[in-house]
Design a protein around this ligand. Structure first.
Ligand code: F6R
Length: 243
């Protein structure tokens, strides 16, 4: 895993977007898999600006890492996030948009459908955020490192983060998510993990300086040679070693 240290949230977003832009400009049929939440909002802003300024995405495929179980148009879904932060804001459209269906009744069938898409469209980039408890996607502490796409139960800290991020109460907050497992996450050609803020500092310390263990899911990425983690000063504030 390669580390890139940046000053703040804006620099993290710029750096993260650079990787995406490079792929969009150099690949004939680029495939990007996105994440949602507070961390990538800055990346999405840059993405929208660039597309509106002429960045060509007509042959791109854009998909997602995960989806909350619940009504498709709920305020917290990945689908809602993607439309509000990207698809509704750009006049050009990508060749393909793929989303996981969090309203699916038969989750096994939905997993099989999405896995086929993953096989058909090998990802150039998998973008990721980091949970305060070290989760990746919805691979919560305790998830085996050989996980494949599954229906995950959220830890309480993740439910609380979702409530805060989307301004919703406990009753409305989703408790389950369909998520790629580590196997699919690491199958992307490049994995870009973005981390910003003091509230992520413990998780960053565990990620870089703790034991490699399912207790900190993100450590599954530590030995990957195609993963880049972009960390801002606040998130790096508890690190003890020199990098
Ligand atoms: C969301 C996702 C989650 C978030 C993580 C960090 O699609 O997969 O793993 O990346 O919970 O969330 P934020 O960015 O809101 O701190």
């Amino acid at each position: 895993m390669k580390t890139i240290f940046v000053k703040d949230y804006d620099e993290m977003s710029k750096k993260g977007f650079e990787f995406m832009k490079e792929v969009l400009e150099s690949k004939e049929r680029p495939v990007l898999s996105m994440t949602t939440g507070g961390t990538p909002r800055g990346v999405f802003k840059l993405f929208v600006e660039e597309v509106q300024n002429g960045l060509d995405i007509s042959s791109a495929t854009i998909m997602n890492l995960d989806e909350y179980m619940g009504p498709r148009d709920a305020v917290y879904t990945v689908r809602t996030f993607m439309y509000e932060n990207l698809y509704n804001l750009i006049s050009a459209k990508p060749e393909n948009i793929f989303l996981i269906d969090g309203a699916a009744q038969d989750t096994d069938k939905e997993i099989a459908r999405y896995k086929e898409i993953l096989d058909q469209y090998p990802r150039d980039i998998q973008l990721l955020g980091l949970g305060t408890n070290g989760h990746i996607g919805a691979n919560e502490p305790g998830t085996p490192f050989d996980s494949t796409m599954f229906l995950a139960q959220h830890d309480e800290s993740t439910i609380q983060s979702t409530m805060k991020e989307y301004g919703i109460g406990r009753e409305e907050a989703p408790t389950e998510m369909l998520t790629l497992g580590f196997t699919e996450i690491l199958a992307a050609k490049q994995v870009i993990l973005l981390v910003s803020g003091k509230h992520k500092a413990e998780a960053v310390k565990a990620l870089l300086e703790g034991e490699i263990t399912p207790d900190c899911p993100a450590t599954a990425l530590r030995n990957s040679d195609h993963t880049v983690v972009i960390i801002d000063e606040d998130a790096a504030s508890l690190l003890e070693k020199e990098y």
